[in-house]
Write a protein that binds this ligand. Structure first.
Ligand SMILES: C[S@@+](CC[C@H](N)C(=O)[O-])C[C@H]1O[C@@H](n2cnc3c(N)ncnc32)[C@H](O)[C@@H]1O
Length: 226
């Protein structure tokens, strides 16, 4: 099995419970609850950031998972259309069901596909929340090259030495490898993210910190040219 097939199989198994527990079920008080609440905080932070930019716009959501962000861009922020792409068919099924329930199925569409490609559908704003964590350096470089010239909002998990980040590594990331798989999520240093943003011309860019999102950071160039 290739690494990409393993990522797909991993997310096909996990997306249902990950999405429900991150966004729906209440997060609980334990360690996992804290990590899950940071995912919800990351989405809320992204939506707050995007609110002044979304009205009437088209949105492309890469690694869209169960479609939360794509649906909220249209339902709550007034985007004209959103299209999500995800490697996991289970994620796309969930996204389609959510869009239908939210009665935005005519404006929010999804497709099964990987982000390892050189062209993407046109969009005013391109998002990728939780995506860079699952790409290696080569895949990230290819993605950023394909997205050059766009307005982007990406999240990444920052290697910041915080307790939450260390716990995330030990409980959620390393075991994936220990149990024999090639799948592993990444944390990045801020300097690496900044170097990529510069190299691919996403300037000026901003890194957004939020206490509730913990080591989950957003980087965007929404203010470029405005
Ligand atoms: C942490 S989840 C985030 C989902 C969603 N963006 C959110 O914030 O709720 C990461 C998603 O990236 C997708 N993914 C990982 N590698 C991918 C790839 N190479 N191409 C497309 N999707 C990918 C996974 O299937 C998963 O749904």
């Amino acid at each position: 099995m290739t690494r990409r097939d393993e990522v797909k199989a991993y997310w096909d198994r996990r997306i249902g419970s990950w999405d429900d527990s991150s966004y729906d079920r209440g997060h609980g008080h334990g360690l996992m609850g804290k990590l899950r609440s940071s995912v919800d905080a990351r989405m809320r932070l992204a939506l707050t950031l995007l609110a002044p930019h979304a009205q009437g716009k088209t949105v492309l959501d890469l690694g869209c998972g169960g479609g939360r962000v794509a649906v909220e861009m249209v339902r709550s922020l007034g985007a004209a259309k959103a299209h999500g792409i995800d490697i996991s068919p289970a994620a796309i099924e969930k996204g389609n069901a959510l869009a239908k329930r939210a009665e935005v199925g005519d404006r929010v569409t999804f497709e099964v596909g990987t982000v390892e490609r050189d062209t993407f559908p046109r969009a005013d704003i391109t998002l990728g929340l939780g995506l860079l964590d699952w790409l290696n350096d080569e895949e990230t470089e290819r993605l950023l090259t394909a997205l050059e010239g766009r307005r982007i909002v990406l999240s990444y998990s920052e290697e910041d030495g915080s307790l939450a980040e260390i716990i995330h590594r030990f409980y959620l990331i390393y075991p994936l490898r220990w149990f024999g798989g090639a799948v592993s999520a990444r944390h990045h240093r801020r300097a690496q993210i900044a170097a990529w943003m510069e190299k691919h011309g996403f300037t000026p860019f901003t890194v957004v910190d939020d206490k509730a999102a913990r080591f989950g950071k957003l980087v965007h160039n929404l203010d470029a040219g405005s």
